[in-house]
Design a protein around this ligand. Sequence first.
Ligand SMILES: [Zn+2]
Length: 81
Amino acid sequence: MKETRPSLDLRCPVCEARFRGQTLCSRCGSDLTWLMRIAAHAWALRQRCRAALNARDLSAALRHAYLASQLHLPKPPMPDL
Ligand SMILES: [Zn+2]
């Protein structure tokens, strides 16, 4: 599975509104810039993990996967039924 952009399954930590990819929460107006940066960094780490797996560098892949998981865990995709 190829992840082409940061996961958007985030919620505002203040009011729990669904994250809509904007720097200000659509419901409460909280600044979500840091949330976007964290999600983007986690996405970049997952991309590095995939590259390391393709290069068969399991140590680097595990390191990148661990670091990404410390920042953000995207929801798993729904299975095809
Ligand atoms: Zn909010």
